[in-house]
Design a protein around this ligand. Structure first.
Ligand code: PHE
Length: 280
């Protein structure tokens, strides 16, 4: 119509102009309507998204839990207590007597070297095993006795995924009249059954620790696969638990106990690797 406007009479032109204006107003009004419709919709969406339902329950604050090593330590302590052992705590800094001499560790033993042990003075060092607690327990309680001693131990080591200069051990010690290797095996068997389940089996491999004779390393059947072989036990079906043995007569003598009257056994296990395996 715009194009043909020139050929129209004045009246027709006015009428056409009016129609055009009406059309323009109509289109503008429609656009306005659409725009305010969009704005209202957007606002409604926004309000919907930001709505707060004050009747909803609050977000629960999740309580923390004890460190896995603490959980495992407590579990092991419970087992020892159920078998009549008392739990003992002891020093982390020891002199040569507790660290070495009383444990029948010869002067030439590599554990005495400052390359392996953290010395804080000529004669004081951080204990490298909880076996030091055997000496404290026997001095303090005198036999017959049953003591379990969990605690931190320290060895000079470069930390990586499986090594740490500080880690946890638990020591079990029993001294009485007429204690035999059979008592050690029976105790360890019961211990792993209580810890991992009644189907768990143990295996003793002859080994050497200066403070026991005879000495053995203890393996138990993998708690994951039951002995068939899996990733946890690296396919062997067995997991190493720690060392054990009959307390050496020299150790008993070092604390004034007559090895002809009393015998006993000790075993020790590390908590950290076990904990990593158990809790993945
Ligand atoms: N203390 C030994 C270790 O750290 C383990 C052990 C404990 C061996 C008791 C014999 C008896 O390897």
């Amino acid at each position: 119509e715009m194009k043909t406007l020139g050929g129209l009479s004045p009246e027709e032109r006015r009428a056409a102009g009016q129609r055009l204006n009406e059309l323009k107003n109509y289109v503008e009004a429609e656009i306005e309507k659409l725009q305010s419709g969009f704005a209202a919709k957007r606002e409604a969406e926004q309000l919907g998204k930001e709505r707060i339902d004050v009747t909803l329950p609050g977000r629960r604050i999740r309580p923390g839990h004890l460190h896995p090593i603490t959980l495992l330590r407590q579990k092991i302590e419970d087992i020892f207590v159920s078998m009549g052992y008392e739990i003992e705590d002891g020093p982390e800094i020891e002199n040569d007597f507790y660290n070495f001499d009383a444990l029948n560790i010869p002067a030439s033993h590599p554990a005495r070297s400052p390359q392996d042990t953290f010395y804080i003075s000529e004669r004081l060092a951080l204990r490298s095993q909880t076996s030091t607690m055997q000496i404290h327990a026997m001095q303090k309680r005198r036999p017959p006795l049953r003591v379990a001693a969990p605690g931190r131990v320290f060895r000079r080591d470069t930390p990586d995924a499986t090594h740490n200069p500080m880690f946890y051990q638990v020591e079990g010690l029993l001294i009485d009249r007429g204690v035999t290797l059979g008592d050690l095996k029976g105790t360890v068997e019961e211990f792993v059954r209580l810890l991992f389940g009644p189907e768990t089996r143990t295996r003793f491999r002859p080994s050497y620790f200066p403070f026991v004779e005879p000495g053995a390393e203890i393996d138990y059947t993998c708690f994951k696969c039951g002995g068939g072989g899996c990733r946890v036990c690296k396919g062997s079906g067995w997991i190493e638990m720690g060392g054990s043995g009959m307390v050496h007569p020299n150790v008993l003598r070092a604390v004034g106990i007559d090895p002809e009257e009393f015998t006993g056994f000790a075993f020790g296990l590390g908590l950290d690797r076990l904990c990593a395996l158990m809790y993945g």
